[in-house]
Design a protein around this ligand. Sequence first.
Ligand code: KG4
Ligand code: ZN
Length: 366
Amino acid sequence: MTAPDAFGSPHDPRAPERDGPLLLAIESSCDETAAAVLDGTRSLRSSVVHSQIDIHAQYGGVVPELASRNHVLAIGDVVRRALDEAGITARDLSGVAVTRGPGLTGSLLVGVEFAKGLAGSLDLPILGVHHLEGHLLAARLGVASGFAEPVFPCVALLVSGGHTSLYAAEAPGVYRELGRTLDDAAGEAFDKISKRLGLGYPGGAVIDGLAELGRPDAIDLPRPMLKKGGYDFSFSGIKTAVTYWIDAHEPLSDETTRDLAASFREAACEVLVAKSVRAARRLGYPQIVISGGVACNRRLRSMMLEGAGRRGISVAAPPPSLCTDNAAMIGAAGYGRLWAAMSSGAGFEGGALDATSSWSLGPRAA
Ligand code: KG4
Ligand code: ZN
């Protein structure tokens, strides 16, 4: 077993991959209420995701107060469905893992307090999980076709609407932050451009779909911090360049909109891929893991496979359903830690567990 880390208990490599005790996982950090049941670090029995997208879409982004209220309305039913689909009752559970942070405080609190109530009433151990560790370990539950099985050490590119970070992952639980966005997250840039084009929220998948039909070299856009800034990113510059371009060329034809989508997607993906591959080469790591909502992006996937593959680096990516927010990934990150705490008889967070809206997955690399 590795040494305890900032998460309370380390990952126990002896935790079963499947057919072990049943763990309930809960996620509510942003606008998805989700629950899952696992019987091992790599074995999912059920996964239920209730999305609030329809509610927030009319406001063009997530409204924190509405998010927490709707988590309260949904969470009981979501957990019940996850138990039903796994064919079990709450009494069959051996532990509960819940997203402790980072995320929206009010949203996190709903999941954390629900998990504490359930675990307390059944006298079960409970563990708070880091949302980004969930994204990082999601590939343990399944990889998309054409991608490799996850291995350590690896470089992890975690890209979503709220995060864009690059980590050196030496082993489960041992992470160093190589870089992060200095302004917008990559998904946020996709969403803002979609909104500016009148294509709705969230816009990543819409822009991705349009980009498939456009020319990626049609419009010259900046590649911010491609050659400098270490492993940090900046996406507000590309977003502003796109916005100015729209201002100057409106009204846009359908063809021009497709070209713009393709050119923006190409610029954003080029920076994400270049920095990830550079990090893996310099560290001598054999794999890059991509996860988070933006890792659904078709061009990011193909460009990463090509760029990393040329240098003998493999790429692991979960299928899209495990890239966007879900509770299965929280279970994947929580199972080995809960096992460690159960084996040692210590380390449960119990009543002390609290939502932590800002929380680093690991120290910044020197
Ligand atoms: O991981 P996620 O579900 O939630 C956060 O933690 O943010 O990611 C949602 C983000 C949104 O910004 C959405 O526009 C983006 O992922 N996204 C995509 C694609 N599918 C979802 N971005 C680019 N291309 C896609 N295909
Ligand atoms: Zn996320």
